[in-house]
Design a protein around this ligand. Structure first.
Ligand SMILES: [Zn+2]
Length: 212
């Protein structure tokens, strides 16, 4: 018997998405990315918890508790906005698996600059020379717009100031991944694990990753 995915190693666990036995290596590398894991798969949940714990500890060690608390405070004010930004990024990554952490970081920086300008009452959209970076920035910005739009008065509405802080948190997080992990797509892989549903599919209850 061999793993049905790599056809090399010994299969040790049943994969509900692939409906067959796979090896722990394939499961660990492909879960939530190439494998469309059901959210209740115990291996999937275990993997997410492990990954999240590891990253949180590393970041706490490096940046101290203040950064963590600040992030938690922002998150608690509007978890939906955090989830939507993650869904946009992981959705783009699913469409184009070549997108890198670096491109995401650049795009987020443009969005932060755009929002910062807007905050001062000037409308100007910062652009990059990279088509991909502009695409990412444009999508993130349109999610932000839905939440800052002044005509849409409900509790989802946030100030431009707050939106800028949230995007800046994302930017810092991607930069953190770029520092600690040599894989150029580590951040995107990480968030994609939390949003395994296909782009365009109805919301499947993917958990947001930074919940404190
Ligand atoms: Zn395998």
């Amino acid at each position: 018997m061999k793993c049905i995915l790599c056809e090399q190693r010994k299969p040790k666990r049943y994969c509900p998405a692939k409906k067959g036995s796979i090896c722990p290596v394939c499961c660990g590398e492909k879960r939530g990315i190439e494998i469309d894991c059901p959210l209740d798969c115990p291996y999937y949940i275990e993997g997410q918890d492990y990954q999240q714990g590891k990253i949180t500890k590393q970041r706490l060690r490096r940046e101290g508790v203040q950064t963590y608390l600040r992030r938690a405070e922002l998150y608690n004010k509007n978890p939906e906005l955090f989830a939507r930004v993650e869904i946009v990024l992981s959705g783009l990554f699913r469409i184009d698996g070549k997108i890198s952490n670096e491109e995401v970081a650049e795009a987020l920086e443009l969005v932060v600059k755009t929002l910062d300008t807007e905050r001062k009452g000037v409308l100007y959209e910062y652009r990059s020379e990279s088509r991909i970076v502009n695409e990412i920035a444009g999508r993130v910005l349109s999610v932000i717009r839905e939440h800052t739009d002044r005509t849409q008065i409900d509790q989802k509405r946030v100030s431009v100031d707050f939106a800028k802080d949230v995007v800046d948190e994302f930017r810092k997080e991607v930069n953190f991944y770029m520092e600690i992990d040599s894989n150029p797509r580590s951040y995107l892989i990480h968030i994609s694990r939390y949003h395994p549903e296909k782009p365009g599919a109805p919301h499947g209850g993917g958990r947001v990753i930074i919940s404190p």
